[in-house]
Write a protein that binds this ligand. Sequence first.
Ligand code: SAM
Length: 360
Amino acid sequence: MTDRVIPIVDGRHAQPLPAARPRAGGMQVRDKLDRPLRDLRVSVTDRCNFRCTYCMPKDVFGPDYKFLPRAEVLSFEEIVRLARVFKDHGIEKIRLTGGEPLLRRNLEHLVEMLAGLGGLDLTLTTNGSLLAKKARSLRDAGLNRVTVSLDALDDATFRAMNDVDFPVEKVLEGIAAGAAAGLAPIKINMVVKRGLNEHAVLPLARHFKGSGHIVRFIEFMDVGASNGWRMDDVVPSAEIVRRIHAEMPLESLDPNYPGEVAERWRYGDGSGEIGVISSVTQAFCRDCNRARLSTEGMLYTCLFATSGYDLRSLLRNNAEDGVLHDAINRIWQARGDRYSEIRTAETARERKIEMSYIGG
Ligand code: SAM
């Protein structure tokens, strides 16, 4: 395949495919830091019904914001075709995300198509607002598990953070429906921002202790360019563990598998576990095996990327499977990203891709 310059898509930077490099037999591919490709995150929409102040603030994502037109968005067939090729390169798990993935019409059908590929762990990250309605059909379609974002249990804080006055009760109903449908254990993701919702850490931990669900506390990250990130806003995971441990003693647990993003802790009384994701204070690039496919088919090899590779134009120019294999192979082999390890005040100001576009 010849090297081609990939056009800039919708103002987001696309870069040319890296040069081909010889590789050892088999399809399994490793990057420059010897990391395999295991986990694919697929953003199925750039739209969301929440306007979380730290993710899609209203002053940026207001009524005039131009979301992707339908023709720009990858179809289910296109996503599944790429997923099949990625699977040949070692992908074991696909996480559907967004935007809010449950806003994508007939998402169950995509899940069913992906399940048809066989052998993939299929998961979804959602704000939970539509989960009560959809949990059963998603499970029936072949979804294995679900992660629900929930930044506070008290209604006032939650409504202020989602900024669309959405009640916490409905998310709790979604979590209950997910568990009833068999999408358990459910992971509950809470982003902790200094001065905004740190008071909600202990109530959330208490609420889910003993429920079988796993709360994961996430450090507020400098993704995108619209959330006004400052280091002072980060509540270090070590502080969160200390606070919870003071009331509900914790013991550290080994990771479930290499590259797991959350550091695991279990309650000393056997009533379950929590996780902390320290992407700012303790970077975990060394084992990162994730690739991210944006809603319009750009491939990013890091959450903090400033540019990606345009796979959609390959698909829409009728590239054969061999060409797609070659592209993925080259992109992954050329990958040397370790943004979180080299983060500085300077890099934090770069124009990075928004989380709502690339997918969490
Ligand atoms: N709408 C879905 C949801 O709410 O889970 C999926 C997309 S959302 C972008 C995925 C996750 O990213 C959410 O848990 C959200 O809290 C998290 N997130 C967004 N911006 C973040 C930031 N700056 N730092 C840490 N996590 C962030």
